[in-house]
Design a binder for this molecule. Structure first.
Ligand SMILES: NC(=O)c1ccc[n+]([C@@H]2O[C@H](COP(=O)([O-])OP(=O)(O)OC[C@H]3O[C@@H](n4cnc5c(N)ncnc54)[C@H](O)[C@@H]3O)[C@@H](O)[C@H]2O)c1
Ligand SMILES: [Zn+2]
Length: 354
């Protein structure tokens, strides 16, 4: 298993073909495969058709969207590899958002007991989050990421040019994970995010800022690959955030993952003030900034019981306590903080009254 340390290479480049060629050269001709999804195929892969043909790369396209992150799509990739002469020396290049890289990464780690794969993430969320950590997987039996493996890709190529076609909502959803990285580890990173102009995006600057964000995730993953202790820092905002995400989904008014994490961060910053002495003034500033970026998902006191119930189902909880990663200041985490129901309700009251 490649999960004891970070062993994949993260490459930042605006020249995808040049980077891919370096890897393609290491594999036998005819043994390079490409997996993508429909939206990315139409917007981007069409630009690389010449390159794909010249290098004898065979392509499989999966329908886009989270509901295609399922076993049938894995079977489609296995079938494609099998029918096109894939063997243990093959390379699978995955180009797409987190849905596709999780899915095709899983297909690669299970085909013939595991073949090499390389990820080219095309959304901000997948570049700053799904690109690091070696988690692959699919949804199964109604549960998110129920089946999966830990396996690092041989390389991850990050190119912000892909982000020129993603919509604002997807963009700021990924941006929330960057804010989280700043909050849990780096005040400097948080400051550069605050300064970043979201209305007039500088893609070169963004590439640099993404590299800082990726370094934060790498730090936590490298020091705790299987999430026994400090990797839990990456769950900041997620315990309450996941409850918002599921609740919104159940109510047929779905929100993006990053938006849910933003609301979760507001609530968990409140808990941080109460339990870990997180500075009140930082709390106020951060809450205002997050509200400005993400608006507000409307809830009322009638929704608290359902939200709390969803939090108790979070798979990161031990026994029946609700376990949080909180902050005592920006960049300083406090893991394994148990919170009582009353205080969690108080954090929701605070959210409702904003
Ligand atoms: N492995 C991990 O550690 C990890 C971490 C975080 C999230 N994830 C997973 O990632 C997934 C979410 O990732 P996501 O937000 O990238 O979702 P996604 O892959 O579904 O992409 C979101 C949307 O953007 C479209 N898209 C992708 N690239 C585009 C581009 N360049 N231009 C225009 N549209 C584009 C997609 O077709 C889709 O409609 C979830 O399945 C989640 O579980 C995994
Ligand atoms: Zn997340």
């Amino acid at each position: 298993m490649g999960n004891s340390k970070i062993n994949s290479k993260i490459i930042f480049s605006h020249n995808l073909e040049q980077e891919l060629l370096k890897w393609i050269g290491k594999y036998n001709p005819g043994k390079i495969f490409l997996a993508t999804e429909e939206t990315v195929n139409e917007l981007w892969i069409s630009k690389f058709e010449g390159f794909i043909k010249t290098n004898g790369i065979k392509k499989v396209v999966i329908p886009a969207g989270e509901n295609n992150k399922k076993i049938e799509s894995v079977a489609k990739i296995w079938e494609f590899l099998s029918q096109n002469g894939g063997d243990r020396k093959s390379l699978l290049i995955n180009i797409g958002g987190g849905m596709l890289t999780d899915l095709a990464g899983f297909a690669a780690t299970t085909f013939k007991r595991g073949i090499d794969f390389l990820n080219v993430p095309t959304t901000l969320l997948s570049q700053v989050d799904a690109s690091v950590g070696g988690k692959t997987g699919i949804n199964f039996g109604g549960f998110k990421n129920e089946i999966g493996t830990f396996k690092e890709p041989v390389a991850v190529i990050i190119n912000t040019d892909f982000l020129k076609t993603i919509d604002k909502e997807n963009f700021i959803s990924g941006f929330a994970e960057m804010i989280k990285h700043g909050l849990i580890y780096s005040p400097e990173h948080l400051d550069e995010l605050k300064r970043f102009d979201l209305e007039d995006i500088d893609y070169d600057l963004l590439q640099e800022i993404i590299s800082h964000s990726v370094q934060v995730k790498e730090y936590f993953v490298a020091n705790d690959p299987t999430e026994k202790n400090i990797r839990k820092a990456l769950n900041f905002g997620h315990t309450i955030g996941h409850a918002f995400e599921s609740y919104a989904w159940n109510q047929n008014r779905p929100i993006q993952h990053g938006h849910a994490v933003a609301y979760g961060m507001i609530a968990e910053l409140y808990l941080s003030v109460k339990i870990c002495n997180f500075p009140q003034s930082d709390f106020q500033n951060l809450t205002n900034w997050l509200l400005k970026l993400y608006g507000k998902f409307q809830i009322s006191a009638n929704d608290f019981d359902s939200l709390f119930e969803l939090m108790t189902h979070d798979k990161k909880n031990e026994a029946d306590r609700i376990n949080f990663t909180l902050l005592s200041e920006i960049g300083k985490i406090e893991i394994n903080q148990n919170c009582e129901r009353d205080l969690i309700y108080e954090s929701l009251v605070n959210y409702v009254n904003l």
